[in-house]
Design a binder for this molecule. Structure first.
Ligand code: ATR
Length: 269
């Protein structure tokens, strides 16, 4: 019998998740389908609830519903609890819903394993202090960097995010402690509006890796900035997208798909 999965979001029409999961299912011979589910902003519970009542087995959750899904889940994995957000829901045999967050693991897998960027013992700069950054911080901290700076346009939000976390400092974008950093991650939504960030000189060294959490068919302004600073590695978030999907697929199906062929299939030539 075919099992049903979906990604819920608003907007959701441009999501690559159905294609990714279709490729995973084909590769691992799993009998499932995966659709897009649009929900009005105020009606996450009704739309997600109807999907699971109708027999849905699992769901990915994207903007702006990750906090709703965190509240909606009956039980949370430890990493979803620490991220205060859920991007994966799984229907359990007893009818309850498990909430997980695979975003941070997806980012770490892409950086550390695919791109061979060292995270342990490094200095990491994260731009932004919204939901996306909150979601990836626990997984990055688990890699044991020596220091993380979270820098945000609204400095107060960065201070608040950093305050309870050891070895993490908050700052305004205009008051970033002096570089260079080993890894710089753009977790702001500025790339979505093609806006560039006004960043100080001296953040990038010849060995710095710069990573935009957003994926795009063309280099984002942050990636162009990083390339102009001669960063060693400059990447968008396509690999993270595929890796977080693979973690969700594993949670649902108990099988780890191979990600490299799927990343290659999705990367525009
Ligand atoms: P997400 O779920 O994508 O993280 P969010 O929680 O709304 O979305 O957070 C958006 C982040 O991008 C914030 O850190 C925001 O900065 P502010 O807190 O100052 O609003 C940041 N951001 C968005 N557009 C930006 C821009 N043009 N320049 C700098 N930061 C920007």
């Amino acid at each position: 019998m075919t099992d049903h999965y979906a990604v819920i979001g608003n907007p959701v029409e441009h999501s690559k998740s159905p294609r990714i999961h279709a490729l995973f299912a084909q590769q691992t011979a799993q009998d499932l389908d995966y659709t897009k589910l649009w929900a009005p902003r105020e009606h996450f519970d009704a739309v997600a609830g109807a999907f699971f009542t109708g027999g849905g087995k699992g769901m990915n959750v994207t903007v702006p519903f990750k906090e709703d899904a965190h509240r909606f889940a009956d039980r949370l994995t430890d990493r979803a609890d620490r991220a205060s957000a859920v991007n994966t829901l799984r229907a359990e045999p007893d009818g309850t819903l498990l909430g997980d967050n695979t975003d941070g693991a997806g980012l770490v897998r892409d950086l550390r394993d695919n791109l061979e960027v060292k995270l342990a013992g490094t200095r990491i700069l994260i731009l932004g202090a919204g939901g996306a950054v909150h979601g990836i911080l626990p997984a990055l901290l688990d890699e044991k960097p020596v220091h993380i700076v979270v820098a945000n346009r609204t400095a107060e939000k960065a201070y608040r995010l950093a305050e309870p976390l050891p070895d993490v400092d908050g700052a305004g974008l205009d008051a970033i402690p002096s570089g260079p950093f080993d890894v710089i991650i753009n977790g702001t939504s500025s790339s979505l509006s093609d806006a560039s960030l006004a960043l100080p000189e001296g953040l990038v060294a010849a060995t710095t890796a710069c990573y935009d959490l957003v994926y795009a068919d063309h280099p984002t302004p942050f990636m162009e900035w990083a390339a102009a600073q001669s960063a060693e590695t400059v990447r968008d978030g396509l690999g993270m997208l595929v890796e977080q999907a693979a973690e969700s697929f594993f949670l649902w199906r108990g099988v780890h798909p191979e990600t490299a062929p799927v990343i290659r299939a999705l990367r525009p030539e």
